[in-house]
Every structure is written in structure tokens, then in C-alpha cells.
Write a protein that binds this ligand. Structure first.
Ligand code: HEC
Ligand code: HEC
Length: 147
């Protein structure tokens, strides 16, 4: 088949589905058509006030209250652990990674961070001073009287 013909066919077949998806899901990029060139909105400032935030539920990975820009987190280097590892917390004043971070998948407590918890930013994220992208009706179980 001629490539142009194929492209036209693909366009015809996918457009209605695409439109349906657009109407059902909140789009993080806003309401502008995906193919339109729009000016990028400025990156909002990060919250770096060093105030540890309350968790919204007990098992929540606490959010990061400090800057992490430029911190290397690779297979060979983990900048986070240079402060948060057990052996460095006296000097850094950082809270130690909790005991769950030493446990392998069988619950065995290792002497160092378990590989499952090595890439900190898979779970811990800094916060931006920005309005929520999509509506959120989450309520804390204590505040909604669900005790
Ligand atoms: C230079 C030392 C240092 C480095 C490097 C560092 N942190 Fe921290 N971190 C701290 C200190 C100190 C605190 C306590 C709050 C504060 O002073 O910002 C903290 C707080 C936190 C908290 C909040 C804990 C809680 O209970 O609320 C998280 C999560 C965290 N850091 C994750 C990270 C991650 C992930 C990295 C790497 C990307 C990292 N930190 C790198 C020093 C550090
Ligand atoms: C798989 C997700 C995950 C990864 C990866 C992870 N954490 Fe956590 N972290 C959590 C959760 C969940 C909690 C809260 C419950 C707990 O302690 O297990 C937590 C708690 C913490 C706390 C608070 C400890 C306390 O006692 O108040 C610190 C500090 C922290 N993590 C740092 C780190 C650092 C540094 C890394 C990377 C070396 C890391 N975490 C990797 C999920 C994760």
C-alpha cells in the first residue's frame, strides 16, 4: 500500500477513538489540541523550606522538603544515601531511611539499603508550588470521621 494512503486510513480509523478518549479523561496538558504549538508554561518553583510534611496516610512515602536538583542517583552513585544512610545521619541531621528500606522481599533485614529501595525518587518526590492539574477530592480518614 502507498504510505500516504496508509496514513490517511490510520487517521480515519483512529480519529473517533481519539476524540472519545479526550472527552473521558482529564488531560494533564490542558485543552489545546495535541498537535498545536503552544508556549510552554514556566516550571513552578519547588518547595524547599526544609519542613517535613505530614503524611496523608501512614504508609505514604514522605515527600521531599528540600532541593534535589543535581543530586546524582545512578547505579554507581546515590547522593541521597550520603545523608540518609544510617552511618551518615549524625553528620547530616537527615532522618535515617526507615527499617523497611533494609528489608528484602522475604522480610530479611539487610545491613544496607535493599536494592528494592535504592532508587529513592521512584517513591519520594519533591513538591512544586502549583495548583493541582486535575481535581482531587481526597480526604484524610481522620478529618472525614471515618474512624
Ligand atoms: C545534604 C544532605 C541530604 C541529601 C543529599 C538528601 N537529603 Fe533528604 N533530607 C535531609 C535533611 C536534613 C532532611 C530533614 C528536613 C530538611 O532539613 O530538609 C531531609 C528530609 C528528607 C525527606 C523527608 C522525610 C520525612 O520524614 O518527612 C525525604 C523523603 C528525603 N529527605 C528524601 C531525599 C532523597 C530522595 C534524596 C536524594 C534525591 C535526598 N533526600 C537527599 C538531607 C539530605
Ligand atoms: C518502593 C518505594 C520507596 C523507595 C524506593 C524508597 N522509599 Fe523511602 N519510604 C517509602 C515509604 C512507603 C516510607 C514510609 C513507610 C516506611 O517507612 O516504609 C518511606 C520512608 C522514608 C523516610 C522516613 C523515615 C522515617 O522513619 O521517618 C525517609 C527519610 C526515606 N524514606 C528516604 C528514602 C531514601 C533516601 C531512599 C533511597 C535510598 C528511599 N527512601 C527509597 C518508600 C520508598
Amino acid at each position: 500500500m502507498h504510505p500516504l494512503l496508509l496514513a490517511a486510513l490510520v487517521l480515519c480509523v483512529t480519529t473517533p477513538l481519539h476524540a472519545q478518549v479526550l472527552s473521558d479523561t482529564p488531560r494533564l496538558s490542558g485543552n489545546t489540541p495535541p498537535t498545536e504549538a503552544v508556549k510552554a508554561v514556566p516550571v513552578p518553583p519547588m518547595v524547599t523550606n526544609d519542613v517535613r510534611q505530614m503524611r496523608n496516610y501512614p504508609e505514604q512515602p514522605p515527600v521531599i522538603p528540600h532541593a534535589i536538583e543535581g543530586y546524582q542517583l545512578t547505579l554507581n552513585t546515590n547522593r541521597c544515601l550520603s545523608c540518609h544512610a544510617r552511618q551518615f545521619t549524625t553528620g547530616s541531621g537527615a532522618p535515617m531511611i526507615s527499617v523497611t528500606h533494609f528489608m528484602d522481599r522475604d522480610g530479611q533485614v539487610l545491613t544496607d539499603v535493599t536494592p528494592r529501595r535504592y532508587f529513592c525518587t521512584a517513591c519520594h518526590v519533591p513538591q512544586a508550588d502549583a495548583p493541582p492539574l486535575v481535581p482531587n477530592t481526597f480526604r484524610d480518614s481522620l478529618s472525614s470521621g471515618g474512624r
